[in-house]
Write a protein that binds this ligand. Sequence first.
Ligand code: PLP
Length: 440
Amino acid sequence: MTKASKASQAKSEALFARARKVMVGGVSSPVRAFKAVGGTPLFISRGRGSHVWSADGARYIDYVCSWGPLIAGHSHPKVVRAVSSAVARGTSFGAPCEDELKLAEKVCSSVPSIERVRFVSSGTEAAMSALRLARACTKRDKLLKFDGCYHGHSDAFLTNAGSGLATLDVPASAGVPASSAAETVTVPYNDVEAMESAFDAHKEGFAAVIVEPVAGNMGVVPPEEGFLEAARRLCTRDGSLLIFDEVITGFRLSLGGAQAILGVRPDITCLGKVIGGGFPVGAYGGSEAVMNMVAPEGPVYQAGTLSGNPVAMAAGLATISLMEVGGGYSRLDSTSARLERGLLEEAERAGVQVTANRVGSMLGLFFSGSRVTNFEEAKNADRGRYAKFHRSMLDEGVYLPPSAFETLFVSTAHTDADVDATVKASRAAFAKCAEGAYSR
Ligand SMILES: *Cc1c(COP(=O)(O)O)cnc(C)c1O
């Protein structure tokens, strides 16, 4: 149980060297390779509550939380019990099961715009299927998305996307057919005029507008007043479907997701991350009429061998039930507010300009002196400084997302003491950023 402070990373380094011989870049998902922050990715051997332990045995306060799913922290006893019990009863049946039904009932009763839901195995699948459904409903092909939003890695969404593409500084992925890319129109987030112009310019109409109602893949960028309302209004006016990608925000900002807080209702909602409680799960849902377009009720085909997997459903149910009791969301909010306040104070003390964007337990840190309201502004923040900060925090025992274009996630397992330790660690890290002398 050693504190990580300047801990050895020898074992992680050795494992990473081995991994690079058999796994592309040594990882199963690009941002994990630490390319944006330098150094070697930590191999994680276990997690408990707000902490993870590296292969070298060092302990870190974790603000990655598996990129969002672990809202109750690592290996919460109730989740572990539910999962163990499910595993003992069989890991997959390829048939309906009761936990799947219960999670569906939970989703439909919690998320305002969902009457029918379909489970899939990832957020990527959810967004991909939602778009197919929107295209079927409207008999149109074109999609409008926003720069810096990420909707998984299916072809249609890999234009000016956030998350890994932003981290690696590539505007689009190779291998996407030109014909597919041509169907995707992008405009800046929070830019109502640009959205209106795009609607005017595409008289054939959009099948869908897809948006992260609170963006979490270019760092955190909240919607400005009127932005989502304008998307709703234009979609209704032109017969396009509005898709909220709530893969991060669903069950994280509230049981009803961002839409319950912001009061704008999409036609289709994508879910993932939290609803799987750390297992591979996604979902999409909407009104009965829209969802009945999906097979076996309708002509839109979509299926999955492991969809509605009983172990994953049990994990999701247990995780959500933890959030339903004891003011979980207000506690998350106050812990996160304490973190935001503490980090901003330390940044100011060190004379380092930092902009924090926080919505509930999603926190984005930008090394910038100005407001960050879209992808352009997020890219203008000092990423070199973020990398230094990341590295230095790691030395102090705090595990932050290894990219400035990701979100810090706070879980209900994070205590005030964790936050205070994090803030204390940040003093040295901000000081290093200020002197600019830190190199790695
Ligand atoms: C993570 C994420 C996805 C993709 O989910 P995966 O499970 O990684 O495929 C889609 N949309 C948003 C908003 C996400 O944050």
